[in-house]
Ligand binder design. Sequence first.
Ligand SMILES: Nc1ncnc2c1ncn2[C@@H]1O[C@H](COP(=O)(O)OP(=O)(O)OP(=O)(O)O)[C@@H](O)[C@H]1O
Ligand SMILES: Cc1ncsc1CCO
Length: 500
Amino acid sequence: MTVDYSLYLVTDSTMIPESSTFLRQVELAIANGATIVQLREKKLSTLDFITRAQQVHALTKAKGIPLIINDRVDVALAIDAEGVHVGQDDMPAELVRRLIGENKILGVTCSVPEEVEAVTASGIADYVGLGTVYATNTKKDVTDPEGTGPIGIRKMLQVLGRYNQSHEKKINSVAIGGINHTNADKVMYECAVDGERIDGVAVVSCIMASENAGKATSDLLKIIETTPNWASRSCIQEADIGKFVAQTHPLVHHITNNVVKNFSANVTLALGASPIMSELAAEFHEFASDIPMIALVLNLGTPTPELMSVFKTAIQVYNKYAKHIVFDPVACGATQARLQASKKLLNSGHVSVIKGNLGEIQGIWKLTSTYSESSNSGSLMRGVDSIAKLTEEKIIQIGKEVSKDFKTVVVITGKVNYIIDGDKYTKSEGGSELMGLVTGSGCSLGSTIAAFLATGADVYLSAVDAVNLYNEAGRRAAGYSSTPGSFMISFVDELYKLTH
Ligand SMILES: Nc1ncnc2c1ncn2[C@@H]1O[C@H](COP(=O)(O)OP(=O)(O)OP(=O)(O)O)[C@@H](O)[C@H]1O
Ligand SMILES: Cc1ncsc1CCO
């Protein structure tokens, strides 16, 4: 039997709306596109479980889709179900396989790469359920209460991909945990690494608890086939994006650190764009939905617990309206707390550009599916300053891996800048050593990139042009101002002259 894992329904009899019944919900889901069903009952007696399994099996057989029984090998055998699914605390997969034979489907839940390693070492499972992606009420006994996020799923897919590339019979995968209509497209898109992607999503409450389970299922089927709006946007073609910024005055919304707010606002104005510094989550919807030319700078420079929640809302709102975000993970190579904060934010949505100095990008690299502890290359940062020392080849490799994993353009700043988009990259000379003596010169490069992106131009071209323009201003300013204070003023002047 060829199994279609794309819309995997896991049942739950504890959340059925009053207007329906358990069987009716399952029937509607099957009739409207569920491609595989897992019966998961944690409280039923053996007799009731078998009766229910027979009823559901009649429905799945009529549609020609497989029924998988959660945990209970005896129930699966008793009703001749198509397969069994086990978690890490259930009967070991090897024993299950011995009991159910070669022809049944065997699925195993994995939450960390080591568990996927174990499944691939034995090669006896047909699929793995990867999760929990996002925190959910339907499963609380999980390794990571906040969920693995797409970052954690990608780390597991990396292991699975290595197995699948060298074996004829592949092990399939579905992501599970907190997946619903609001995020299924994103999960399908983001849970992918080079050569390996999830085969489907497993859902529970968004169908089982729905007042209209049939529509919930058919809608979800459409959503998982959709590319998220921020990944499929079209671009304007502009020969000189800098000049276009000065003509069109896009808005750059900053949620940035307390040190650089004033400087970043002045840089943005010098370019001809408009800055607004706002941490008021209540107004983000109006910004992102009403203003056509807007982009967000999200800068981790002076984080607080309150600001983390504001950042998260901002990412979700800007993603919803497909508006660009430039993420600056300030000092994330310096402390674990900042790295974990970056992880949380990158798991909560998509950013178009990640911009940082080498220490910061090396920090983010530690979150990717490709990073392994053995490739660690020493200390990265002193406070907000990078002290990472790597060969150019290694810098570019790190940038490419971050870019591919997060599907973003990566900008690595320093004496030389690298703008990287997947396998392509541009190297761009820095402006002046004096830029290292102006606090926030990196942060305000983020503002410049955001101003360029807000025009609607291509992300990679915007980043390349913004970096080139910014450093050209630095070179020109250093031509007549040789100390940091006057240089800072001259630099803002030169940004103005280059764009007006
Ligand atoms: N030694 C240098 N020579 C030339 N240009 C430089 C030098 N150092 C930094 N720059 C330029 O300054 C800008 C900011 O880069 P940098 O790597 O200093 O950012 P950063 O560390 O994030 O700064 P901050 O934290 O102060 O915002 C870039 O355009 C970069 O090319
Ligand atoms: C100095 C400093 N500290 C936190 S953010 C910041 C500005 C430069 O990144």
